[in-house]
Ligand binder design. Structure first.
Ligand SMILES: Nc1ncnc2c1ncn2[C@@H]1O[C@H](COP(=O)(O)OP(=O)(O)OP(=O)(O)O)[C@@H](O)[C@H]1O
Ligand SMILES: [Mg+2]
Length: 278
């Protein structure tokens, strides 16, 4: 079945400009969990490019493979087959040591579940990656992050003493503190009220427009996605289309088109539950 909507991604190289190495690329990337009856194809041959200096949103139904794709691209999890590139580095070919270095020095990751360390304060959680890497924290940048993210009054609190939105903002500061090449953010505004959400999104967009960073963000929110330069749609572990210069309306229409393509097809009811989600 052709599941392409909007601007089709119609060749193996995606839409990247031929003269620049994309910041991030996936080639025939697959991730399969489990075996036999319980097998889940979380990613089923993904080809996609993310240009440097752009803000991309990834959208798709729950269970469609968004987090899996981000984890593989950032070297946090191993692929079943295919390749993931960060710049010209084939992440899937790296050994443990090189992977640790890559994760530490070249990518920032905001996890869907924050992953803060409970015994450390907010400030320690933010600065720890830099300190573990033996670097020194850029205090001016730290102050910019903390002020922009509204964390100045919360730096001495531990995660258990912070609201979900505050923990999310600490996780965002931690991902940005080392000024990584690429920031991956998995639903960074999922726990924020609309005002805090707008601040985070504006900040991410500014870091792309003004500081030339590359940001790849998963979101379920069409308004959040409209802050990006481009939306990549994913369904059933495959790239299903993309939207350039998205507006909330265009994103909603794209998601509707995806949903109609995903309507149950006769004969597939047996595994229809694997990807159904909240
Ligand atoms: N460790 C795992 N073991 C088995 N199956 C997994 C594992 N992690 C993810 N999956 C399955 O892979 C598929 C893709 O999961 P993934 O977390 O990437 O989805 P998602 O698009 O991020 O969903 P959501 O929007 O709910 O966060 C799902 O069917 C999920 O159940
Ligand atoms: Mg997810």
């Amino acid at each position: 079945m052709d599941t392409t909507v909007f601007v089709p991604v119609d060749d193996a190289t995606g839409a990247a400009a031929p003269d620049a190495t994309p910041a991030v690329r996936a080639r025939a990337l697959t991730k399969t969990y489990g075996r036999g009856q319980a097998q889940v194809h979380a990613l089923d041959g993904v080809d996609v490019d993310f240009d440097a200096g752009r803000f991309t949103a990834i959208m798709g139904p729950s269970g469609s493979g968004k987090s899996t794709l981000m984890h593989l691209l950032a070297g946090l999890d191993s692929a079943t087959s295919g390749q993931a590139f960060l710049g010209s580095t084939d992440v899937t070919a790296l050994g443990d040591k090189a992977l640790t270095r890559l994760r530490r020095d070249r990518v920032g990751f905001v996890f869907q579940q924050f992953n803060l360390l409970p015994m450390f304060t907010a400030e320690q959680n933010i600065t720890l990656p830099v300190e573990l890497a033996g670097g020194s924290v850029d205090r001016a940048w730290f102050d910019t992050l903390v002020t922009t993210l509204g964390l100045s009054q919360r730096l001495t609190h531990r995660p258990s003493e912070l609201s979900g939105g505050q923990q999310q903002r600490v996780a965002i500061a931690r991902a940005l503190i080392a000024q990584p090449e690429v920031v991956f953010a998995d639903e960074p505004t999922g726990n924020l009220d609309s005002r805090a959400g707008v601040e985070v999104l504006s900040f991410l967009r500014r870091s792309v427009r003004e500081l030339g960073r590359t940001v790849i963000m998963v979101t379920h929110d069409p308004t959040a996605a409209a802050y990006a330069d481009r939306v990549v749609l994913i369904a059933d572990g495959r790239i299903a289309g993309e939207i350039s210069d998205p507006t909330p309306e265009a994103v909603l229409a794209g998601l509707d088109a995806l949903r109609s393509l995903e309507a149950p097809v006769a004969g597939t009811a047996a595994d229809g539950g694997t990807r159904a989600g909240a």
